[in-house]
Design a protein around this ligand. Structure first.
Ligand code: SF4
Length: 703
């Protein structure tokens, strides 16, 4: 990597978990432009539409929050205040609330878009000093089912492979994901690989014929919720055909007999029928996977965002383990993170049930290690409220103070109408954001203006465990401050020691030191090393270590026996919320190509708005005809939780009986009632606590 000139800065895209390298050019007038970093191993100069337009987001400051705002009573309007007034009031409220109701009456809801240093400080503040584990993140909505799956099967939340494995694989199973739109540069690499080697096979599993499905060799258009049945059928087919690596199974795994028993619960024909696919397609998928030399599976929200999300993950991991498709070049399971730093957040333990460096909150020795490191007496044992539990706790009054950082739960949480009511009810809500377009500000007693991407420095970790340094390029507007600075000012006002960091690099050093000796040891890293040598994939356990592209090459896993664990998933059907006479259709939600999350940034870029300017409901012609719905007609989608009004997009790309809404639009962004999460349920996987955004029963009528 060549060093940056004074007006050229090497950074990383702040949108999806692909983590593309970007060169930011700053001219003599201070104007910015961006281009793909050709030296960067992730994207080799390529950028998608969102990344190419990042500089417009920074340049357009019309929506920026410029100074702290506060109200002294819910009925009063917010007024501009000084930073010291806001911090003084926040500290006073935290102290009085904790004194009266205990430490678990306060909490934080943070984001996979925070830098690792911000995540680290918030986690230390809550768990070490405020004495509550009430710190969860919007990554709960994204990756927590994959985390639990990895931990159960492999003994650690550890993505085994790297992007470099894409060019070494000959078969891809893409399930519950649309990387052509949601991880575009990763998909470009796969496309280029397939173009160079046409014999490469791509299987896509999705109820919708997405761009990814359209380019696949085989599209399994399953009925939503039947993923485990499909994975079991594939496992059964592999076993029956003898496409099993028995040497690997016998020596490197445990639980094969039980997992086989669960997989053999249904015949292939019964499974195909339940999944809504043909026997021919099912057997072709089994053949592609069975004959693969190197298999990579890729998945995101279709598996994770489900009340059976962990079991969907485990049944997929079983396929890799019975075929020995893990721990070697070009093969392995690959969960794609949605956000740019979802993985960095997990590294610092930024979830309600985790501690630093993937330590387990349930483990007394782990709690003591962290407490000793932070110089506090103890870390509380009780897990904190997870994302949706925060809403329940606000409703019940158990949680009184909520500090929301860098996320817009008013649009992104499930059952959003209830989430709004809960945040409205909260005794004291702080919203720390960059944009006045964040709907959650409606519920804020204190609004804190934060610095955004390029206005602060820090680090992030992408989907392949690659850590990169993000430089500061421009000053933040108005009085906006970096999130680390805001957290440190608050901690000092609370009288806490341990927050006297002079630089962001010092915060990073402390985080790295706390990982020493763990499975994710990055004690060999520093800001300086990242700046001068480029990005690294963890672990990086000493200062000359080159990083670790691939895990488990010694075929030893992080379980107590060092063997990977196969799981018998006995309940293979989705039963949480089935279609009824009143609500006969299944709603699934997701992203579109050119928008990001709740559109507070991408929504203000004209070029990105041109792709799909309005929210829509994707519906099959058979379902539309039954209701007299024509293309473009306004429709009302409803269930017992709420309604959404958008225009119909009639397409055979979606299964009959299934409808799709994009998740981006909130009530501020569109004039219509178009918030998809009015309809989704506050229903979570019992272990991962990840909400179910992919299955809600609804009815659709023309307006
Ligand atoms: Fe950014 Fe993701 Fe696009 Fe890369 S693929 S430019 S990381 S949004």
């Amino acid at each position: 990597m060549t060093p940056s000139t004074p007006h050229q800065f090497k950074s990383t895209c702040s949108y999806c978990g692909v983590g593309c390298g970007i060169v930011v050019n700053k001219d003599h007038q201070g104007r910015l432009s961006v281009e793909g970093n050709e030296d960067y191993p992730v994207n080799r100069g390529m950028l998608c539409s969102k990344g190419m337009n990042l500089h417009h987001v920074v340049a357009d400051q019309t929506d920026r929050l410029l100074h702290p705002m506060m109200r002294w009573h819910k009925a009063m309007p917010r007024q501009r205040v000084r930073w010291d007034q806001a911090i003084d009031r926040m500290a006073a409220v935290f102290k009085s609330t904790i004194a009266k109701h205990g430490p678990d009456s306060v909490g934080f809801y943070v984001s996979g878009q925070c830098t690792t240093e911000e995540y680290y400080l918030a986690n230390k503040l809550a768990k070490g000093f405020l004495k509550t584990n009430n710190l969860d993140t919007n990554s709960r909505l994204c990756m927590s089912s994959a985390v639990v799956g990895y931990k159960k099967a492999l003994g650690e939340d550890a993505v085994p492979i790297a992007y470099a494995d894409i060019e070494l694989a000959d078969t891809f199973l893409i399930t519950g994901a649309n990387p052509a739109w949601c991880h575009p540069i990763l998909f470009r690499r796969l496309e280029q690989h397939k173009a160079a080697q046409p014999e490469v096979k791509v299987i896509c599993v999705d109820p919708r014929r997405t761009q990814t499905a359209a380019q696949a060799d085989l599209h399994l258009q399953i009925i939503p919720g039947t993923d485990i049945i499909l994975h079991h059928a594939i496992a059964r087919g592999l076993i029956e055909q003898g496409w099993v690596d028995y040497d690997f199974v016998q020596n490197k795994t445990e639980g094969f007999a039980e997992a086989k028993g669960a997989a053999f619960k249904r015949s292939l024909r019964e499974a195909a029928q339940m999944c809504g696919i043909s026997m021919q397609d099912l057997t072709l998928a089994i053949r592609y996977i069975g004959q693969a030399k190197n298999l990579i599976s890729m998945w995101t929200m279709g598996l994770n965002q489900s009340s059976i999300g962990v079991d969907k993950n485990l049944s997929l991991l079983n396929i890799h383990l019975i075929t020995g498709q893990i721990g070697r070049a070009g093969a392995g399971p690959f969960s794609l993170t949605g956000q740019p730093n979802a993985m960095g957040g997990r590294e610092v333990g930024g979830m309600a049930n985790l501690l630093s460096a993937h330590r387990d909150l349930n483990n007394p020795a782990h709690r003591q290690e962290v407490a000793d490191f932070w110089g506090v007496e103890e870390v509380a044992a009780k897990p904190g409220f997870t994302a949706t539990e925060i809403i329940d706790a606000l409703q019940s009054g158990d949680l009184k103070v909520l500090w929301i950082i860098c996320t817009n739960p008013s649009v992104s949480l499930p059952d959003a109408i209830q989430a709004d009511l809960a945040m409205q009810k909260g005794t004291f809500v702080i919203v720390q954001d960059i944009s006045n377009r964040a709907d959650t500000i409606d519920w804020a007693d204190v609004v804190l203006p934060a610095a955004g991407w390029l206005e602060k420095e820090g680090t992030m970790t992408n989907s392949e465990r690659r850590i990169s340094y993000i430089p500061k390029v421009v000053d933040a507007p108005g009085e906006a401050l970096p999130d680390t600075e805001i957290l440190m000012r608050f901690a000092k006002k609370m009288g806490f020691h341990g927050f006297d960091f002079e630089t962001v690099a010092d915060i990073y050093d402390e985080h790295c030191a706390l990982t020493k000796g763990t499975n994710i040891d990055i004690s060999g890293l520093s800001h300086q090393r990242l700046k001068t040598e480029g990005s690294f994939q963890w672990p990086v356990p000493h200062p000359t270590h080159p990083g670790t592209p691939r895990l488990f090459e010694d075929q030893k896993f992080y379980t107590p026996s060092t063997k990977a664990q196969l799981f018998a998933i006995t309940e293979d059907q989705y039963v949480a919320e089935l279609p009824t006479e009143e609500y006969p259709l299944i709603l699934t939600t997701g992203r579109i190509r050119d928008q990001w999350h709740t559109m507070t940034r991408t929504g203000k870029v004209n070029k990105l708005q041109q792709h799909i300017p309005q929210p829509f409901l994707e519906i099959h012609p058979l379902d539309a005809n039954m209701k007299g719905i024509k293309e473009g007609m306004p429709v009302r989608v409803s269930n017992e939780r709420g309604t959404v009004e958008v225009c119909a997009k009639i397409t055979e790309d979606i299964r009959p009986g299934v409808v799709f809404l994009p998740m981006h639009w909130g009530k501020r962004i569109s004039h219509r009632k178009s918030r998809a999460n009015n309809l989704t349920a506050n229903r979570v996987d019992p272990v991962s606590k990840e909400p179910d955004f992919k299955y809600s029963h609804v009815q659709v009528e023309k307006i």
